[in-house]
Design a protein around this ligand. Structure first.
Ligand SMILES: NC(=O)C1=CN([C@@H]2O[C@H](COP(=O)(O)OP(=O)(O)OC[C@H]3O[C@@H](n4cnc5c(N)ncnc54)[C@H](OP(=O)(O)O)[C@@H]3O)[C@@H](O)[C@H]2O)C=CC1
Ligand SMILES: Nc1nc(O)c(N)c(N[C@@H]2O[C@H](COP(=O)(O)O)[C@@H](O)[C@H]2O)n1
Length: 224
């Protein structure tokens, strides 16, 4: 499986405000690039924090891109994947609206009645990990379901978790022309943070886009 993390951050490195409200950081060209990246992926993943904050749809906006997917035999939209250890995803969340297949990745601590409720809402539930989703195991299971290219859209807790497990192959970050500030505002990689063995990145691209910069890196598992 190839895992691409994509996010937009302010010039001061924040994904959103301290209120965790969704903020447009990307401009039109970057949103269009993100739409193409979704269209090129088998699945798009977020953490439950992003579902609760943004209620995202995670679908492909451009109808031509959806048509191109169906013409090559894929579903119109990539699958949606939510890491949600104890099932905090509301049953009326957009990721459960039926416009794409949705995988809910849960831990063994997820209440059985919640699992049944999510399955009734159309989600395909995969469990691994005692208290928290075991990302290595669930990504291997997703690969078994045919997910070869996984796009991760955030947020910072999930992105850190994936780096911690050495699961990221590529990182693209749009740095936009805004200062959000806030010591508690989410950043690209939150979690507990590294104090040693920092994942090493190889810069593969620097591109001016909208009024910001798109930075891309490959990740080969080395640490520094
Ligand atoms: N600018 C951008 O590109 C983006 C911005 N955002 C912003 O980010 C914010 C949300 O980010 P954040 O709060 O960090 O939430 P995340 O989307 O990263 O979700 C974090 C939650 O995922 C669950 N999770 C399950 N398993 C794991 C695991 N192994 N490792 C890490 N997390 C796991 C945890 O909840 P539990 O323990 O209950 O399972 C955790 O609290 C919002 O403000 C949103 O607007 C989000 C995406 C992109
Ligand atoms: N690429 C990008 N740029 C921004 O400026 C953003 N705020 C985000 N946010 C992400 O996009 C999701 C919304 O998706 P839908 O449009 O609802 O499908 C949101 O949840 C963040 O993951 N991304």
């Amino acid at each position: 499986m190839h895992v691409v993390v994509n996010a937009a951050m302010s010039a001061d490195g924040k994904l959103s405000t301290r209120r965790r409200e969704q903020i447009p950081i990307s401009g039109p060209d970057d949103f269009d690039r993100v739409d193409q990246l979704r269209a090129d992926s088998d699945a798009v993943m977020v953490g439950v924090g992003t579902v609760l904050a943004d209620d995202p749809s995670l679908t492909v906006d451009d109808p031509d891109r959806r048509e191109a997917r169906t013409e090559r035999g894929d579903p119109a939209n990539p699958a949606r994947v939510v890491a949600d250890s104890r099932i905090r995803t509301p049953p009326d969340a957009r990721v459960l609206d039926g416009s794409a297949e949705t995988y809910l990745l849960v831990s063994e601590a997820a209440p059985t009645d919640f699992i049944e409720e999510m399955e009734a809402a159309g989600a395909y539930v995969i469990a691994a990990g005692e208290d928290r989703v075991d990302l290595t195991t669930v990504l291997a299971k997703l690969e078994g379901e045919g997910v070869d290219q996984l796009m991760v859209e955030g947020g910072g807790e999930l992105i850190f978790g994936l780096f911690e497990e050495g699961l990221v192959d590529e990182l693209s970050v749009f740095v936009g022309p805004k200062i959000l500030g806030g010591r508690d505002a989410p950043t690209l990689a939150d979690g507990d943070g590294f104090v040693e063995d920092f994942p090493a990145l190889d810069l593969t691209g620097v591109e001016r886009l909208d009024d910001g910069v798109l930075l891309t890196w490959s990740v080969d598992g080395r640490t520094e």
